[in-house]
Design a protein around this ligand. Sequence first.
Ligand code: ADP
Ligand code: ZN
Length: 436
Amino acid sequence: MDITYWNKDIETMDRSAIEALQVKRLRELVDQSLKTEFYKKRLSRAGITSADDIQSLDDLRRLPFNVKDDLRQNFPTGLLAVDMRQVVRVHSSSGTTGIPTVIYLTQQDMDNWTNLIARSIVATGCCQDDVFQNMMTYGLFTGGLGLHYGAERVGMTVIPVGGGNTQRQVQIMKDFKTTVLHVTPSYLLHIHSKLENFNTEPNDLYLKKAFLGAEPYSENTCLKLEELYGIDAYNSYGLSEMNGPGVAFECVYKQDMHVWEDAYILEIIDPETGESLPDGEKGEVVLTNLVRSAMPLFRYRTRDLAFVHPEPCPCGRTHRRLSRILGRTDDMLIINGVNVFPSQIEEVVMAVPEVGTNYLIHLSKQGTLDRLTVKVEIYAKMFTGNMKELDALKKKITEKLRASITINPHVELHEPGALPHSEGKAKRVFDEREQL
Ligand code: ADP
Ligand code: ZN
């Protein structure tokens, strides 16, 4: 396999060098944080009053965690550590789980971020020969502009189309012979369901790769997309609090995402106790951004659940790899007392070959019990008028789900395009149970 690096020295640094750099940058981060009243108070309560309180990586644990609410409470400028005149960019989160939060970047911060994205893109084997169609929303959301700048830095031909307007997206893919997409997995599934309407087959396109991220998706969705389009799909992880995309990205081996550890400190903690977990154990991802001065943020609890791969990657990069995001601590559903993550349901339905490109999870009350309905779109070719076949399919999906989540779901089969879809982050869970 051909391995190219954006910055080989950094990407293949040995562990001790990475850790030494992390300590140096963590010290700078503490100094920078102390410029804000909020952190000054919070850090002094933890006994930290200067960078000298950080001597080794273990001292990281002395720093308190930060959570989304801290950012909200400090809205709009409470966590700003530089003069606003130095700020060249403002972004905010998409607000999936409430009021959005804001982040600020200086020119240097922008440069650091752009380099991380360029590094990520090159790790997937992309180069100047590629035509890059960015289908992520441009604007305050970090997915659009973040990748845009990195792709330009790599020298790819960048098409800043943004999200939505499927027909136009397909036309642009053909006109400009797009080779690489950046898109949410749910939207790429949706585009596939529309290709026929535009007299297009995946073979008419020139696609080689897709960067998929911004929302949780299962391994089976990834495999399905690779097969439907004949492409390689690379998982891309980030969150606006950590700048956006470019925190972790899959390399050509597509075996989970390298976290750029010169720029981020990764911890996995037990979400209940806050204790650090060893590599390999599943828990909440906690991140410290080491290369942003406008708005320092350390030990940020992402609420995303994942684990770290302890084994080295054959690509030679020494930065540890993070598994697929297995869910968010706040998206767990409790259905008749059983804990279920939407990702478990997705994993099952997307492995059923007859299932098309969209599904929804619906929760309601039936008497005192919760009722789980899983609505799936199935390929048009399944609607032959043979009810027996449809019933058998429904039964098959019901049984596979029951085996996985131990709850008996009600499965509905729908025609392609019948379920609502989104062009950015998908909303697939509709919970209509009474909130007590
Ligand atoms: P919001 O929290 O409002 O959605 P962001 O736009 O910053 O704000 O989205 C970041 C979140 O998106 C992450 O915390 C994670 O839950 C999700 N996410 C981003 N990339 C991925 C990915 N590759 N796989 C799964 N989830 C992802
Ligand atoms: Zn690798």
